[in-house]
Write a protein that binds this ligand. Structure first.
Ligand code: ZN
Length: 65
């Protein structure tokens, strides 16, 4: 779903194309919110992969003893 946002959701001010924030009230645009959600998801995925790696190493170490 690709919606092009031209006005701020909060104050209705016109937005610069691809703006991350409203210049008038500072509200994050829908595009920026989506990017933030995506970044959080990627971060979480990397953290889970790291956690799985640590658990795997601990398991291998425990098994080899
Ligand atoms: Zn605004």
């Amino acid at each position: 779903m690709q919606q092009f946002q031209v006005a701020c959701d909060t104050c209705g001010a016109q937005l610069v194309p691809n703006a991350a924030y409203c210049e008038r009230c500072g509200t994050r645009t829908r595009r920026a919110r989506r990017l933030v959600r995506m970044a959080i998801r990627v971060e979480l995925l990397i953290f889970l992969m790291f956690l799985a790696l640590v658990v795997a190493f601990i398991w291998i170490y425990a098994v080899q003893k």
